[in-house]
Design a protein around this ligand. Structure first.
Ligand code: SF4
Length: 292
């Protein structure tokens, strides 16, 4: 007679069978919110994604950049594997319908540093040279990356209940030079609450009637322009119209001065690069030689 599995083995076996069984899509069921989508801060975007509204196709060059970013998530964690507890650590929150996985959870042992010993969520981001320098100069991560890191800390803490996560670390890598810079993220649930409350308020209408929310990014936010829902979003269209009108309000003389200043700045930057003795990045070379 086959021996029955009990306790944790039985639970694990159930998970294995569920994973391998064909998934039955419930009719009208909506998916789960991804932390990276939520971190953009637009509830309307999140709602459209849950309803699986088709997005504008992204071009192949951008796809390659995204894939390069994804593959670096396999390489980078090796550099701090000594203090890694888990890679791609998942969480699920049914109440807010959020599902995600953080890149890594690390543990700084007291042997390394008593004051900062504890668990930290690590979020990995790869950027272009110019973006990398901008972030370093600003002395802080991009706002949406901080929000994403906070969502992981919030989600993992709620899901696992017994892991006392102290904060987060955002790991930026310059994808041209492979230089890196790390930022600490202090956990503050209050920073997330307004966004989480908007999600909670939006879910019943969306699930029951497929109703899209009113909440969206402010019209003067830069992100509408790059949103894959721009062509089907009235607010996004309005934001673009306002941006155009604002631009055309600038007198020709001022516009000419701005363009002139930009040309001089670009020329100076080029001259500086030529003078540089250090090896140049691929991006700098392509700019200098006008490679396509
Ligand atoms: S276009 Fe703007 S308002 Fe519309 S979904 Fe995208 S980010 Fe939100």
């Amino acid at each position: 007679m086959a021996m029955r599995m009990t306790g944790p083995s039985a639970i694990m076996s159930r998970v294995i069978e569920e994973t391998l069984s064909p998934k039955k899509e419930e009719e009208g069921a909506i998916g789960y919110i991804r932390p990276s989508s939520l971190a953009k801060g637009c509830v309307l975007y999140v709602a459209m994604e849950l309803l699986k509204v088709p997005k504008e196709e992204i071009d192949n060059r951008v796809k390659r950049i995204l894939e390069a970013g994804t593959s670096s998530h396999f390489r980078i964690p090796k550099y701090f594997s000594k203090i890694t507890v888990a890679k791609e650590m998942p969480f699920l929150d049914e109440e807010y319908r959020i599902r995600g996985q953080c890149d890594a959870l690390i543990y700084i042992p007291p042997d390394l540093d008593v004051e900062h010993s504890g668990f930290y969520v690590v979020e990995i981001k790869t950027t272009s040279s110019s973006e990398f320098e901008r972030i370093k100069e600003a002395g802080q991560p991009k706002e949406e990356h901080i929000t994403q890191c906070l969502i992981y800390i919030w989600g993992l803490t709620r899901y696992y209940k017994s892991i006392p996560i102290r904060g987060g670390i955002i790991y930026y890598e310059n994808r041209d030079t492979l230089d890196y810079h790390l930022f600490n993220v202090t956990y503050d649930e209050n920073l997330l609450l307004p966004l989480l409350n908007e999600i909670k308020a939006m879910l019943p209408g969306l699930i029951i009637e497929g109703k899209l929310p009113e909440a969206h990014l402010p019209l003067d936010h830069w992100a509408h322009e790059y949103c894959p829902y721009l062509s089907v979003c009235d607010y996004g269209q309005e934001a673009m119209k306002l941006k155009k009108e604002k631009k055309s309000e600038i007198p020709d003389r001022v516009l000419a001065e701005i363009i002139g200043m930009r040309i001089v700045k670009k020329q100076r930057a080029k001259e500086e690069k030529v003078k540089k003795k250090t090896p140049r990045t691929l991006e700098e070379l392509s700019e200098e030689f006008n490679w396509e």
